[in-house]
Design a protein around this ligand. Structure first.
Ligand SMILES: Nc1ncnc2c1ncn2[C@@H]1O[C@H](COP(=O)(O)OP(=O)(O)O)[C@@H](O)[C@H]1O
Ligand SMILES: C[C@@](O)(CCOP(=O)(O)O)CC(=O)O
Length: 514
């Protein structure tokens, strides 16, 4: 290969076509694990600029890259939401509900990029050659895949406005705003990371996470998109099962940094806890004391399987709005609100101490009571910040009335979801009564396992799952099947990653546990 045109990243988008040639398909390819490898290294999480890529000879033909899929989990914040935006600690855990992004590379003659987000009724296509590349590639603006971006550049945001302003003109204003936000966050990342030589692509997303319910749905999309683009640009090594954990950690950090950029576009001033858990999975103690630096993240690999009941109030909320409410209250009553945030911080730290004490037993009433009381206190403090909602208070009332456990809101509040830590040995009839009442009042109850895997990759998008096609070497996930899969169950049956390590053969994860 000669005369490769490198983009500003030192990465050749054409390489995408060529390198996927070596990806193993249906277990029959040349490459032993079907994964991209990288020679780049870095230590102690400090991303260093990698050496310039070697120029290589161009191949004669450029076969299309295979379709692949990326997935990331939703989360619950167990302690510390809102306080975390103001530099305090939070504990959050991944849940088994996930988003799935199918990435289809188009034939070389097609110069378009499409977002297909059927969950929110968005289907939009841009011509790649009409995007404002020159603005994003200008030396004063150019960002690289290893950069830490902590603020959005207003000029770049303005440059994509003409491309998002005309989206979904016939939709109701609220939905139009959601579409424009989704499109804007995608374009900002695509234009920052990519180059005009990027191949035509289609990004199709389906999620089993309720949207805007406090379970981090936006962060999962941010993580899927960041991982997909970084993979397409060959800036990630792995994931593969025998990858050293330090290398895996660097890859995850890279994905997380760009996912944060996407989240900034949707939320304005996110703490980054949602995208961090969606990237890494399991559970984390998270704190961001300085927004110009990466957050302090302590993975909680041994986080206990707490018996949680997750209830969706089915009342839409806006994270941006709730976060702004707290900021306004803080401006009016700085000392008082400061003390409330300090108190939340103490609750989070105490809960971490309790959970990590040698005598903590997640099946024993006394241990759970201690954590439960802290959840009640945390909720009370959030109420005083004004971010609860009558529907959330009603769940508390119902759970308290039956003596089933301890309840707090989770996420931004103002609607969304609550979590209840269940007392051990609650009689079945009490639980049933609660469930019936919740259903009668229009709530939705979720069973979600805590502490699942983080971002995962299925490359190529071929599964062996006991369904049709296994005999021929696996079942390829076609766009049509993905779009037609009915509801959460249909999506999970088709592509789902379950449990620790994902039970579906073919999915791989960057593993950093130690
Ligand atoms: N399934 C989905 N498909 C497309 N976009 C989604 C989906 N789920 C969430 N989003 C994006 O995330 C936003 C909701 O984010 P947010 O208010 O933070 O709620 P959450 O608490 O669920 O993260 C939506 O407005 C939309 O832009
Ligand atoms: C309120 C907050 O702490 C969590 C928001 O979570 P969610 O968007 O409701 O899933 C905001 C943040 O951490 O950025």
């Amino acid at each position: 290969m000669t005369n490769r045109s490198l983009n500003g990243n030192g990465i050749d988008a054409h390489a995408l076509h060529e390198d996927f040639e070596h990806v193993h398909i249906n277990g029959k390819g040349a490459n032993s694990n079907g994964h991209i490898s990288s020679s780049e290294g870095s230590t102690n999480g400090t991303e260093t600029k990698p050496p310039p890529q070697r120029r290589m000879d161009r191949k004669k033909s450029s076969p299309m890259a295979p379709t692949f899929m990326v997935s990331a989990p939703g989360k619950v914040i167990v302690f510390g939401e809102h306080a975390v935006v103001h530099g305090k600690a939070a504990i959050a855990a991944a849940i088994s509900l996930r988003s799935y992004l199918l990435v289809t590379t188009l034939s070389k003659s097609k110069r378009t990029v499409t977002l297909k987000f059927p969950d929110i009724d968005l289907d939009h296509t841009w011509n790649i050659d009409e995007l404002p590349w020159s603005t994003f590639q200008h030396p004063s603006k150019k960002k690289y895949y290893y950069d830490l971006v902590t603020t959005l550049d207003e000029e770049l945001v303005a440059a994509i406005q003409p491309l998002v302003g005309n989206i979904s003109p016939d939709k109701p204003a609220e939905l139009r705003k959601v579409h424009q936000n989704s499109a804007g966050s995608f374009l900002y990342m695509f234009l920052s990371l990519g180059s005009q030589s990027f191949p035509g692509c289609q990004y199709t997303l389906r999620s089993t996470i309720p949207i805007g319910a406090g379970l981090g749905s936006s962060a999962t999309i941010a993580v899927c998109m960041a991982a997909a683009l970084l993979l397409q640009l060959r800036t990630l090594s792995g994931p593969h099962p025998d990858q050293p954990s330090e290398e895996a950690r660097i890859q995850l950090e890279r994905i997380n940094r760009w996912a944060y950029v996407y989240e900034m576009f949707i939320h304005g001033n996110p703490s980054g806890v949602d995208n961090t858990v969606a990237t890494q999975g399991k559970a984390v103690l998270f704190q961001r004391t300085d927004y110009n630096l990466p957050p302090i993240v302590r993975p909680l690999w041994d986080f206990p399987e707490l018996p949680l009941l997750l209830v969706d109030t089915k009342t839409a909320k806006s994270t941006k709005h709730e976060v702004a409410k707290v900021a306004k209250l803080m401006k009016t009553h700085p000392k008082l609100v400061g003390s409330i945030l300090d108190a939340i911080d103490k609750v989070t730290q105490s809960s971490s101490d309790i959970i990590h004490a040698d005598d903590f037993d997640h099946e024993e009433e006394e241990s759970l009571r201690k954590v439960g009381e802290l959840m009640n206190i945390n909720h009370g403090l959030l109420v005083s910040l004004g971010v609860s909602h009558p529907r959330l208070e009603r769940v508390r009332e119902l759970v308290d009335h039956e003596g089933i456990g301890w309840t707090k809101l989770t996420g931004a509040g103002g609607g969304g979801c609550s979590i209840s830590l269940m007392r051990p040995g609650v009689p079945q009839e009490k639980l049933k009564r609660l469930q019936d009442q919740l259903e009668k009042e229009g709530y939705q109850e979720f069973r979600a396992t805590l502490g699942g895997d983080g971002v995962g990759v299925l490359m190529p998008a071929v599964l062996r799952n006991g369904m049709d096609g296994d005999e021929e070497g696996g079942m390829e996930i076609h766009l049509d099947n993905f779009l037609k899969a009915e509801g959460n169950e249909g999506v999970e049956r088709l592509v789902g990653v379950f449990g620790d390590g994902g039970e579906r053969e073919g999915w791989n994860f960057w593993r950093v546990e130690s």
